[in-house]
Write a protein that binds this ligand. Sequence first.
Ligand SMILES: *Cc1c(COP(=O)(O)O)cnc(C)c1O
Length: 427
Amino acid sequence: MESSEALFERAKKVMPGGVNSPVRAFRSVGLTPRFIEKADGAYIWDVEGNRYIDYVCSWGPMILGHNHPVIREAVEKAIKDGLSFGASTKREVEIAELMIDMVPHIEMVRMVNSGTEAVMSAVRLARGATGRDKILKFEGCYHGHSDCMLVKAGSSAVEEQGKPSSAGVPVGTAQDTLTAPFNDLAAVEELFRRYPGAIACVIVEPVAANMGVVGPDSGFLQGLRALCDKEGSLLIFDEVITGFRLAEGGAQSYFGVKADLVTFGKIIGGGMPVGAYAGSRALMEQVAPCGPVYQAGTLSGNPVAMAAGLAQLRYLHSHPEVYTALSEKASYLAQGLRKAAATTGAPVQINQVGSLVAPFFTPDAVHSFTSASKSDLKKYAAYFEKMLRRGIYLAPAQFEAMFVSYAHSAADLDETVQAARDVFAQL
Ligand SMILES: *Cc1c(COP(=O)(O)O)cnc(C)c1O
């Protein structure tokens, strides 16, 4: 048997950092990544044969647990008829119809191949529809790796235009991205004051789930809605994580706030590479071939990917009890972790919204990127390693979420809390 260590050595010779996506390299926790052989239900197994209770769940898509028979069978059936045609299929119509059924305020959908692509395309549409160049995002929110999103706030109050947060992002592109602190409406108002008539859209993760988990303060999303209406900007909800997770209608129905454009990914692919963006007919008909905003994709709406996504969405649509169960499971886990922190005296905050949970190693409540950043990363790394040894597979970085799936049993959650209690006591 080839160990994870041996495979990682081989991988590092042929892939940057040994991985195809940076967080998988386990650098934030200073360990060698596990190479995964298979997954089923709430569990994954590494190549050494160790079983873990999995709270990464492929970063969200596996909301029903791994290897769900309904999805697997849909894929098995689809692959017998060919893998890709580059032409239209019935499944694309069916998934668009179903999404429009499940999600409020959307009338048309365009499928793409990743969340990054969905966001990049939605932002282009917002710019095309408004004739404005600037966009506004929030500190600590992740929207994929397109140029306009790899931007951080400028360094001083006067110089608030964005700066590239990655090499290779043009300064000119970054300048058009403004950044405000999450949950800070006054900062958004101030940026609208400084750039009147220039901001095409405000894009937000309605629940920030890429800085740990940080929910919107009461009134924040409603405030964004009102400001966008007042200023003629479009509000984009990046629901690549929250879509079909918080509720079948995503954050728009969970919080009762309408977005103009919504981006999806992760869950809608059921584990296959899929993204989508959606909005009103008037907006979506600005997209090629109807309108002047160009966007295309050789493998978009791929028949196998659509089969997986359709099977998962159909399951969710016909089993509304999944959402109640997910919230109950995650609340149970969060309560257990809080109690574990309290009994051991560990200064840990547990944030939870729906099936998203995150621990922060700080004594103070976390409601922004600044407060999330106070978490002790060394403690998170130690916690991660000790939990991994106990068979609990967590996100290998502080600023990520724990994903609770429908497959996590009470026994899995109890085992996780028991492990956390032991580990908190040692930190
Ligand atoms: C994962 C994620 C993306 C990017 O999706 P990819 O499929 O990785 O390109 C965009 N936005 C949010 C909120 C995400 O969590």
